[in-house]
Write a protein that binds this ligand. Sequence first.
Ligand code: SF4
Length: 283
Amino acid sequence: MPRIPGGEITPEKLIVIGEVARDFGLYTKITGGQRIDLFGARVEQLPLIWTRLVDAGFESGHAYGKSLRTVKSCVGQSWCRYGVQDSVRMAIDLELRYRGLRSPHKLKSAVSGCARECAEAQSKDFGIIATANGWNLYVGGNGGATPRHADLLAQDLSDAELVRLIDRFLMFYIRTADRLERTSVWLERIPGGLDHIRDVVVHDSLGICEELESLMTAHVANYRDEWTETINDPEKLARFVSFVNAPDTPDPVVGFVPERDQIKPDLPLLTIGHRPLEGSAQR
Ligand code: SF4
């Protein structure tokens, strides 16, 4: 899945996604995070698909990682009469800053251009809502099986204050949360909860904010696109085969059948591939 920062994309790039999907016979769907799923690629096709997308200016969207997924946005003051800030620009800036950031669990974000909240920022790990004076920052929101509205961490922030607070918040979370612990669970688990987090990241009660900021600065400076690195590395490219001892043989249990003018996995075929060995215990 290619990154589409802030959910904003040019017609030219949309056409490239469509052409790649058509040429490789992929299933396409618009996601809730304002990007485009491309499903149904065989492992040996991935480098070819990534090369086409990278050549057109795309990069990995990290849909596979415990890392930042998307920063979605509403159209904001450029196109909406209610907008009080440029929510798209802020969403793009934040997505490009935190892309590739590995974390205890996936990270989702959104930016709304006014209190009407069309981007649903309060359901995100860190969500931003524009005000007449700047930005309100919410943290610890979550959708999923246990929905949780985010808590207001700070209000009426300037652009620079907002980014600095998010830098600190994310690094504090990354450094103290358990593996696979979303921000919503972490925020309710740690002693002192939201008040403690606010003390640490807003008032620097532990004296660690400089360190948290420098960690984020290092992340931003060292970011590399993993698709580009892979297609330029022969050693990594050699892994994109179904069988290491038969690199030209595609996996026979990966197949597709038609549905609504696209494809879907051929599940009976997949089941054959996962049939337990005779005599093995069933669970
Ligand atoms: S959140 Fe506000 S600015 Fe954004 S689209 Fe909705 S009404 Fe418009």
